[in-house]
Design a protein around this ligand. Structure first.
Ligand code: NAI
Ligand code: MG
Length: 331
């Protein structure tokens, strides 16, 4: 029995966490859970976005299943996600976007895995007010952080029989920072002669992704592009409700949906828990519980494809609970 830490989050967070934990239970995942309220409501109650006990639990268990958290804009808060990624050096943000035949989109054969560097770039959050009308923001790219994410992308490609890794950058303009990232990419690519390595400029990538997404395989890129481009890949497969992620470091691992707390639909019981559920499947695989992950993935496929129980974001009319119960019935 492995104990994991769970953050319930804001907005739709508690609704989708509830669905995912019930499904994990029904799949007989040998897990026990330490659940914490985190985020805006916790801040109102106790003055901290993440209580100390929640941090302590993650530090003990090393594995975190995390629901989305609302980041208040402009109130002097640092994003909790950025905080967690930096505090625990969760440097590799891996986001697989794969078409599902039950979900109608413009494309059928999307199967793209984005490796987003998670600890630096513009997201170090170093902004400086120069005067009333001017702000500077700092973009940081280091050899250490670039090497490890690029290595991970190639190692993943090799391990999973992938054909190609694409480096996404803007080295034509940001010659030193993205230039360093690209240069390291080209060096590491030589260690993987069996895997095709190419590089593309990020704006061109955005165009090509919406024209010919099937030509992309594994992509690796600095933090900001990774944030944006991976949301774009979610649009190719049917939306944010279907894009899981893991954030891995050498010691800690955090699993979360890519989407946010969706305040526009919170409390309406229509949130799609699939992205968080697939994140939980990535967690099970990471813990060596592949058989249970497969069981859950198969149940999801069956419910989407055969039973056609779909939440409104996928043009169905099922509630979160009805969808959850259909998956549990299938298990
Ligand atoms: P969002 O991802 O919460 O929502 C964007 C749109 O997608 C909304 O229309 C929402 O209803 C829909 N959506 C998202 N997830 C869905 C799901 N599971 N099922 C059905 N529909 C879904 O992005 P938004 O509105 O920009 O951000 C809201 C808050 O979330 C902000 O405070 C932001 O900072 C935070 N956020 C937190 C993240 C995290 O904790 N990992 C990641 C992204 C945003
Ligand atoms: Mg994002």
């Amino acid at each position: 029995m492995k104990t994991i830490t769970v953050f319930k989050g804001d907005g739709i967070g508690p609704e989708i966490v509830d669905a995912v934990l019930k499904i994990l239970e029904a799949a007989k995942a040998p897990l026990s859970y330490e659940c914490f309220e985190v985020g805006a409501a916790e801040y109102e109650r106790h003055g901290k976005l993440i209580p100390d006990a929640a941090f302590a639990s993650f530090e003990k268990n090393k594995v975190l299943l995390k629901a989305p958290i609302t980041t208040p804009i402009g109130k002097g808060f640092r994003s909790l996600n950025v905080t967690l990624r930096n505090k625990y050096d969760l440097y590799a943000n891996i986001r697989p976007a794969k078409s599902n035949s039950a979900v109608k989109t413009r494309f059928e054969n999307v199967d793209i895995v984005t490796f987003r560097e998670n600890t630096e770039d513009l997201y170090v959050g170093v902004e400086e007010q120069i005067d009333e009308n001017t702000v500077h923001a700092t973009k940081i790219i280091t050899r250490k952080a670039s090497e490890r994410i690029i290595h991970d992308a190639f190692a993943y490609a090799k391990e999973h029989g992938r054909k190609k890794v694409t480096c996404v950058h803007k080295a034509n303009i940001l010659k030193m920072s993205d230039g360093l990232f690209l240069n390291i990419f080209q060096t590491i690519a030589k260690e993987y002669p069996d895997i095709e390595a190419d590089d593309k400029i990020v704006d061109n990538v955005c165009m090509q992704l919406v024209m010919h997404p099937e030509t992309f395989d594994v992509m690796v890129m600095p933090n900001l592009y990774g944030d944006i481009v991976s949301d774009l890949t979610s649009g190719l497969i049917g939306g944010l409700g279907l894009l899981p992620s893991c954030n891995l470091g050498s010691e800690y691992a955090m699993f979360e949906a890519v989407h946010g707390s969706a305040p526009d639909i919170a409390g309406k019981h229509i949130a799609n828990p699939t992205a968080l559920l697939w994140s939980a499947c990535m967690m099970l695989e990471n813990l060596g519980m592949e058989d249970i992950a497969t069981k859950i993935r198969n149940a999801v496929d069956a419910v989407l494809e055969e039973a056609k129980v779909l939440t409104p974001d996928l043009h169905g009319n099922a509630t979160t609970q009805a969808y959850r119960d259909a998956i549990i019935a299938h298990l």
